[in-house]
Design a protein around this ligand. Structure first.
Ligand code: PLP
Length: 365
């Protein structure tokens, strides 16, 4: 069965006369549970919820390993770091992974006294960095420069060093890239982006290679209380059904936009893994099935970038990415990324390709 079919059916109930296809959200803190609580399928809303169960079953089919959902992407990230790492461990991170993730070791996880080694996609120092490391954390493609890391090659090096590997798969979702099948131990994601895909909720998950790790992550979620709301889970499960169709349109819109931008005289540089030249070089089709829906580009000044964002009528100026609405922003307004003042990250949505192309062309001129 292909993913496009899986996303429609995964986690839905078996056919039963009169039952709904995808049961609605179960809102409960308390469940009927008498006698021995270990015999109750559901007892208390922080431990488990049938709406989570159905969604996690769907994720497992797509990821290729048991999945644990969390209240947000950062709850998933911190849950994984907190579960895997112990005091004094060495953590290796790709230098352009999510900014908030990079902040944790020196701030909220300071008491773990981690040694953090940072490495970039073009570096040859991976072997040295991984020596005696406990965990390698990579995000591919990264944001906002869309650098590609070769997961299979890094897994090989990490295994030799005895390190576990986590891939932040937020941008791709398991439909464009499956870290567990590439050999990673964990696939981590913010589902607030393309997976939920409507710009209306916050959610995250971790899929693990082994059931044992999934159990430990679940225990972390229960103890720390990083639990997702049933409504968010249900909305995301509902949105999962259209994920393949949405990504298909978003990726082809992005391909068209990247080509348009590359030809435009006002645009100084385009970053998109699907380009034949320049930034497209690192693209590994056997790792990432399509080049994605995020396109970054440089205009010469802050004023030009602001004017573009003001003039574009079909592009909402907003942070984040992966929504069915096309969005863009000038990244330098946040600080934190190493970008010039005219650098824009654009996330292609599901609008009509001709409308989008015409709007972008008009906004640039
Ligand atoms: C957004 C994001 C996160 C954090 O997710 P939240 O759902 O906002 O908590 C982590 N990693 C990446 C790559 C992201 O884009």
């Amino acid at each position: 069965m292909k993913d496009a079919t899986r996303v429609v059916r995964a986690g839905c109930s078996p056919a039963r006369q009169g039952a709904s296809l995808l049961p609605g959200p179960t809102f409960a803190s308390i469940f009927h549970c008498s006698g021995d609580p270990s015999q109750c399928e559901y007892s208390y809303g922080r431990f488990h919820n049938p709406t989570w169960t159905a969604f996690e079953q769907a994720l497992e089919l797509l990821e290729g390993g048991p999945a644990v959902s969390f209240a947000s992407g950062m709850a998933a990230v911190s849950g994984l770091l907190g579960t895997v790492l112990k005091s004094g461990d060495i953590l290796v991170v790709s230098e352009d992974c999510y900014y908030t993730t990079r902040l944790l070791p020196g701030e909220q996880l300071r008491s773990l006294d981690l040694t953090v080694r940072t490495i970039d996609s073009s570096s040859s120092g991976w072997e040295e960095a991984l020596s005696e490391a406990a965990l390698l954390w990579v995000e591919t493609p990264s944001n906002p420069h869309l650098n590609i890391y070769d997961v299979r090659a890094l897994v090989k090096l990490a295994k030799q060093a005895g390190a576990l590997v986590a891939v932040d798969n937020t941008t791709c979702t398991p439909l464009l890239q499956k870290p567990l099948l590439l050999g990673a131990d964990f696939s981590v994601a913010s589902d607030s982006k393309a997976l939920a895909g409507h710009g209306d909720l916050i959610l995250g998950h971790v899929a693990a290679r082994s059931g044992e790790w999934a159990e430990r992550l679940r225990l972390w979620r229960t103890r720390m209380g990083a639990v997702p709301g049933p409504m968010e889970i249900w909305l995301t499960h509902r949105s999962l059904g259209s994920l393949d169709v949405r990504l298909d349109r978003m990726c082809s819109n992005a391909e068209r936009i990247a080509e348009l931008l590359q030809r435009h005289e006002r645009v100084q540089k385009v970053y998109y893994p699907g380009l034949k030249e320049g930034s497209g070089r690192g693209f590994v089709p056997s790792q990432m099935y399509r080049p994605g829906y995020v396109v970054s580009f440089e205009l010469s000044t802050r004023q030009e970038a602001d004017r573009f964002l003001q003039n574009a009528q079909l592009i909402d100026e907003a942070t984040s990415f992966g929504s069915l609405h096309t969005t863009a922003e000038r990244r330098a307004r946040w600080g934190g990324d190493r970008v010039n003042a005219g650098f824009i990250r654009l996330s292609a949505g599901c609008e009509d390709p001709d409308d989008l192309a015409a709007d972008i062309d008009r906004a640039l001129s």
